[in-house]
Design a protein around this ligand. Structure first.
Ligand code: DHB
Ligand code: MG
Length: 217
């Protein structure tokens, strides 16, 4: 088993279970053209976000970290015509690309993009979110989890991306701010009584990573 196998197997899963999707492929092409880093969720993970949104019946979704809108489109589709997605993006240039791709995907009316640092935007939002997807700067993950708890309600689903970090999360002495932020977030999910959580490591297109899944209790 090698990273090459993981990637080929992930491609196979995506071909088998996700399939060809012009709107999503257009969104990826647009964000590549704009020079954004290739850090959006994998297709199988986008589909997971879509399924979790539908399984939980979420109507109000909050996303922290829009990037080019790829995951946003997955969740906007899932909330249906009566649902809404609020998504926060720090970079105005990214938000403009996302806006165009989300509109082109036909779900623009469901999506409110807020431009700014999430730590500044979150205090301005009205609560009541049913699902929160956190996928922004890892250094701020505990701040984002705190806001997820405040802006959610018992029953809210929280998904925190990128908890695996190629296994570096076991390094208690790491100086990497992303590792420190991830370790702090995992500890918070374990200790803070507002959350009941687990985490899964993943291998695939994005190497060795993972996500945490929490319920606000
Ligand atoms: C990084 C961020 C992500 O959200 C991700 O999914 C992968 C990598 C990063 O900043 O390195
Ligand atoms: Mg991510």
């Amino acid at each position: 088993s090698t990273p090459q196998n993981w990637r080929a197997a992930d491609d196979h899963l995506a071909e088998t279970l996700v399939g060809h999707d012009p709107a999503l492929e257009h969104a990826l092409a647009a964000q590549r053209k704009a020079g954004m880093p290739e850090i959006e969720v994998a297709p199988v993970a986008g589909k997971l976000l879509n399924l979790l949104t539908r399984m939980s019946g979420a109507q109000r979704v909050l996303e922290i970290g829009t990037l080019g809108g790829y995951s946003t489109i997955w969740m906007a589709r899932a909330v249906g015509g009566t649902g809404r997605v609020t998504t926060i993006e720090a970079e105005a240039d990214n938000a403009a690309v996302a806006r165009a791709s989300i509109d082109a995907a036909g779900v623009g009316e469901r999506v409110d993009i807020r431009i700014g640092r999430a730590a500044d935007v979150l205090p301005t939002l009205v609560g009541g979110f049913d699902l929160v997807f956190i996928d922004a700067d890892k250094e701020s993950n505990t701040i984002y989890l705190d806001w997820a708890a405040r802006l959610g309600h018992p029953g809210t689903v929280v998904v925190l991306d990128n908890i695996g970090r190629s296994g570096d999360i076991i390094d208690a002495d790491s100086a990497d701010p992303m590792v420190i932020g991830t370790r702090d977030a995992l500890r918070m999910l374990g200790d803070d009584p507002r959350f009941d959580a687990t985490a899964l490591q993943t291998v695939g297109l994005k190497g060795w990573d993972g996500f945490a899944l929490a319920l606000i209790v």
